[in-house]
Design a protein around this ligand. Structure first.
Ligand code: RB5
Length: 150
């Protein structure tokens, strides 16, 4: 299952991408926000990242104005590999090399057309494993080490 979420700065792009996901028959849950009132991106980033971190969702897409705030929040969560992406090449690499489980998009950066191409590239790519898995293992080891030292 996929989960999506945004603040007010990413709301319009999220709505456009929700329509795109629907057209591809992808089932998703929307964690909000659902109107244009100003909200705090950490609140909505947390909802999505927690679901992915805890296994309640397999992957997610987060949207804010630039994508920067949502990236910072999401990558606090163990097991989350959130990638802020601005073109389809980065999106493909984010899956093939980084196995990104959360895609982050900037609603004030991307057109909806660009974002659709980015989401499609991420969804259609596959993690390559091999040497890239070893690198992700190092990240996971760092997560464990840092959690123990706090
Ligand atoms: C909200 O104005 C804006 O700061 C937010 O959407 C995001 O761009 C933060 O990184």
């Amino acid at each position: 299952m996929m989960v999506v979420g945004s603040d007010h700065g990413g709301l319009d792009l999220k709505e456009g991408i929700k329509a795109f996901l629907g057209s591809r028959g992808i089932v998703f849950e929307d964690c909000g926000t659902d109107n244009g009132d100003s909200v705090d991106y950490p609140d909505f980033g947390e909802r999505v990242a927690r679901m992915v971190s805890e296994g309640a969702a397999e992957k997610g897409i987060l949207f804010c104005g630039t994508g920067i705030g949502m990236s910072i929040v999401a990558n606090k969560f163990p097991g989350v590999r959130a990638a802020l992406v601005t073109d389809p090449f980065m999106a493909r690499m984010a899956k093939e090399h980084n196995n990104a489980n959360i895609l982050v998009l900037g609603g004030r950066v991307l057109t909806e057309k660009d974002a659709r191409e980015i989401v499609a590239a991420w969804l259609d790519a596959s993690f390559e494993g091999g040497r890239h898995q070893g690198r992700l293992d190092k990240i996971a080891a760092l997560e464990r080490e840092l959690a123990q030292s706090r």
